[in-house]
Design a protein around this ligand. Structure first.
Ligand code: NDP
Length: 477
């Protein structure tokens, strides 16, 4: 029996992706380091479609139609390299290896170049949506050579999530583009989650609302412009009561957020590219802060405002203010993330359709939201938009939200409620729109201690001031 496509690495994600392919009528070859997983899958889900189990890499490769398409679903790093090394000698010109794990885009670039030299196509493919998405339709972000997408695209689009009849899958760009965009997706996910968490904290501490009523508030917000998977699940988490203690679930969970590293990668890449992604960075640091027990134990009891809340007239309308602040901060976080994709594309020579990226995130993935339609619309109005914030619809939304946004950030500071996401988003917004920034003073300081020179607003050239001399004369540097 010949299979259309193969999956190697049949743990949760690989198994579900293989089942998704089979359910769509594609014969799938199966392979796994430990053969038992291969047999179990082929036996337990035989009624879902055609599986072609293989007990060795050779048998697996031989069972595939040509050009062969092999999806790898193994841990990123050494395991991925090991599996690629195992398959490469068995493959022929034009065959395609698809790495669907969460690889770092730099590894993907390296692997793509190495396999291209051997006449093989390598596709680094971001897959979002967790195990549920893999089975029922993920958002798929394939990179690699365009010609590989010609043969692979229809299969992937078939098994991806669909929104308004459109598949949540597109060829993102060459070599590491798919994994880069998946990385930024995860970074944006961090920022979005942090902002929602801050909104919760403000409703809880600032207004004294209980988790069940906050769940209702989120449900209401989810019917408007904030309509998204993350707001929906937030509402469900907050409405959940812990069975053993009878307390709100959120009160019995240790307040230490963990991370697997893609948020950190997004920030590291942004630092290298010189793109300010303050929302993603603050969200990543907020998780680190929460998990730093030693620091938090040492600092507990430091002077500050605690337990204060808004009362009476001050509390009136504050929940609506929070909704406005959340929306405005979310726009900033996404604008920053898209700027990072733009910068990555420029650095690595990828031609990425940003509006299309937003549209394939509308289904299957964690940050799926109605709001993404606005981003697609903004880029279709102006494909070379410098920042989403200047698009008329976003500029109007922020214009309408900003009094509330400023009130929320100021109140949070006065109440002693940490809002790194909301505050940094506002600072970024005020920073990019400023006529003059205190960066001029920083340049003066740099020139003073390090003779780093400065440019002037009134004439061309680079200058240095002789700070150590009495006359502090300026010379052209
Ligand atoms: P794991 O990351 O736990 O990987 C387990 C699978 O990899 C098993 O099939 C295992 O084989 C195989 N494997 C591990 N090491 C090797 C090796 N050295 N050589 C050959 N095979 C090896 O599985 P998941 O399904 O959780 O994730 C797969 C990939 O998908 C990962 O890269 C992960 O980051 C990504 N992922 C993506 C998610 C998403 O939402 N997009 C969610 C979760 C994961 P064996 O059975 O023999 O041990």
């Amino acid at each position: 029996q010949t299979a259309e496509i193969g999956v190697s690495g049949l743990a949760t994600m690989g198994r579900n992706l293989a089942r998704n392919l089979a359910r769509h009528g594609h014969a799938v070859a199966l392979h796994n380091r430990t053969e038992k997983r291969t047999r179990d899958l082929a036996e337990n889900f035989a009624d879902e479609g055609t599986f072609v189990p293989a007990s060795s890499a050779e048998e697996f490769v031989q069972s595939l139609e040509r050009p062969r398409r092999i999806i790898l679903m193994v841990p990123a790093g050494k395991a991925t390299d090991a599996v690629i090394d195992e398959f490469t000698p068995l493959l022929e010109q034009g065959d395609v290896i698809i790495d669907a794990g969460n690889a770092h885009y730099a590894d993907t670039r390296r692997r793509e170049a190495a396999l291209r030299d051997q006449g093989l196509n390598f596709v680094g493919m971001g897959v979002s949506g967790g195990e549920e998405g893999a089975l029922n339709g993920p958002s798929i972000m394939p990179g690699g050579p365009a010609e590989a997408y010609d043969s692979l695209g229809p299969l992937l689009e078939d098994i991806s999530a669909k929104v308004d009849g459109e598949p949540c899958c597109t060829h993102i760009g060459e070599d590491g583009a798919g994994h880069f965009v998946k990385m930024v997706h995860n970074g944006i996910e961090y920022a979005d989650m942090q902002l929602i968490a801050e909104a919760y904290d403000l409703l809880r501490q600032g207004l004294g609302m209980d988790p069940a009523s906050i769940a209702d508030t989120f449900t209401t917000w989810n019917q408007g412009r904030l309509d998204s998977y993350l707001i929906e699940i937030t509402s469900q988490v907050l409405a959940h009561t812990d069975a053993s203690s009878g307390k709100p679930f959120v009160d019995v969970v240790a307040d230490e957020a963990e991370q697997k590293g893609t948020g950190r990668w997004t920030v590291q890449a942004a630092l290298d590219l010189g793109v300010p992604v303050t929302g993603i960075a603050e969200a990543t640091f907020a998780r680190s802060l929460s998990g730093n027990r030693t620091l938090r134990d040492a600092a507990r009891g430091l002077p500050g405002v605690s337990g204060a809340r808004l009362e009476g007239a001050a509390a009136e309308g504050f929940a609506d203010d929070i909704e406005q602040a959340l929306y405005a901060s979310k726009i900033v976080a996404y604008a920053q993330g898209f700027n990072e994709i733009q910068a990555g594309a420029e650095e690595y020579g990828w031609s990425i359709d940003l509006g299309k990226v937003a549209s394939i995130w509308r289904g299957g993935c964690i940050i799926r939201a109605k709001f993404l339609n606005e981003i697609t619309a903004a880029y279709s109005r102006e494909p070379n938009l410098t920042t989403l914030l200047t698009d008329t619809s976003f500029a109007d939304a922020i214009g309408g939200a900003q009094d509330s946004w400023r009130r929320v950030v100021a109140s949070a500071a006065q109440l002693g409620i940490p809002t790194p996401g909301f505050s940094s988003a506002l600072a970024y917004y005020d920073g990019i729109r400023a006529d003059r920034l205190p960066a001029a003073l920083v340049q003066g300081q740099r020139d003073f201690f390090g003779a780093h020179s400065y440019r002037r607003v009134d004439r061309e050239g680079t200058f240095h001031t002789a700070w150590a001399t009495d006359d502090r004369a300026e010379s052209e540097a």
